[in-house]
Design a protein around this ligand. Structure first.
Ligand code: C2E
Ligand code: MG
Ligand code: MG
Ligand code: MG
Length: 285
């Protein structure tokens, strides 16, 4: 395509993609050393109950403090870690940190239910034969009740999962860990498959709630969310919405029966200490 356009355009496009490939390559090469040097850190983004505005927990989101490029987001390095296998030790590290953090939050004694933590699981982790044993060990070491942990698996990872991976998820659910289906609605899945999965929460992708940022809401988005909420509740699943950026959106989603929300309207991902202050004060009004 670029070739047909000829001349400079071809060279520019080619040089760009070369530069990107080199950058990707050097980031990939540096990943193991970065892991050994402790260059990764975790931010936590609150999950807020839409009925009473209280914080019920937070999602752990990993970042890389690169010595030259500064803070890199997971979209820039998780796919690289996935392709080299480093995601397995990195993911285990995130789980360990998050479990300890949740245990620390749980001890605040402010009279509320202990805060829970959500951790993203990559497809390679799900295929790792020691995932269940590792999770048991991590919960044990942290002294965290399994019900205070929610593991998020993307809809696309589950569509591609084989019987063994589904069995792993069932064993995790049997431990008492919650399983959430992340980015729900982006994977063109057959909805009837939800019956067979040990999932307790649907995390509705933010593409479905964008149309509700301002009034009047997009009527088609409203219908879609209504349908998903009704299906989810019929199957005894709770619904979490991602990417809530405005109060208008939060109010719409609450009135449509969504259970939990996450987004910049409440808080951006940030340091774990902030959860204490947030949990003491009601965020939404
Ligand atoms: P995700 O699990 O769907 O996480 C939600 C993403 O939406 C996060 O991006 C979060 O910062 C962003 N977000 C939250 N609220 C808003 C909002 O109101 N507006 C907008 N526009 N965005 C919002 P982030 O932190 O860049 O993470 C991207 C993805 O990287 C995550 O998507 C998750 O799939 C993956 N990821 C993050 N941490 C880990 C990890 O420890 N392990 C694995 N395997 N994947 C991770
Ligand atoms: Mg997630
Ligand atoms: Mg998500
Ligand atoms: Mg998402």
């Amino acid at each position: 395509r670029a070739k047909a356009a000829g001349g400079n355009r071809y060279e520019t496009a080619d040089a760009d993609s070369d530069a990107r490939a080199i950058a990707r390559h050097s980031l990939t090469n540096r990943l193991p050393a970065a892991f050994d040097n402790g260059e990764f850190f975790i931010e936590y983004q609150p999950l807020v109950r839409l009925d009473d505005g209280t914080v019920r927990g937070a999602e752990a989101l990993v970042r890389w403090l690169h010595p030259v490029h500064g803070v890199l987001g997971p979209d820039q390095f998780i796919p690289l870690a996935e392709s080299t296998g480093l995601i397995v030790p990195l993911g285990r590290w995130v789980l360990e940190q998050a479990a300890r953090q949740a245990r620390a939050w749980g001890g605040t004694g402010d009279g509320r239910a202990p805060l829970r933590v959500n951790v993203n699981l990559s497809p390679s982790q799900l295929r790792c034969p020691t995932l269940v044993a590792d999770t048991v060990a991590v919960l044990d070491d942290a002294g965290l009740d399994p019900s205070a942990l929610c593991l998020e698996v993307t809809e696309n990872a589950l569509i591609g999962a084989d019987e063994e991976e589904l069995h792993t998820l069932r064993r995790l659910a049997d431990l008492g860990v919650d399983i959430a289906l992340d980015d729900f609605g982006t994977g063109y899945s057959n909805l009837s498959y939800l019956r067979r999965l040990p999932v307790s929460t649907l995390k509705l992708d933010r593409s479905f709630t964008r149309g509700m940022q301002q009034a009047p809401a997009d009527p088609v988005d409203v219908k879609i969310v209504e349908g998903i909420v009704s299906l989810a509740h019929t199957l005894d699943l709770s619904v979490t919405v991602e990417g809530v950026e405005t109060g208008t959106q939060a109010e719409h989603l609450r009135s449509l029966g969504c259970d939990t929300a996450q987004g910049w309207y409440y808080a951006r991902p940030g340091p774990p200490e902030r959860l204490h202050t947030l949990s003491l004060a009601d965020v939404a009004s």
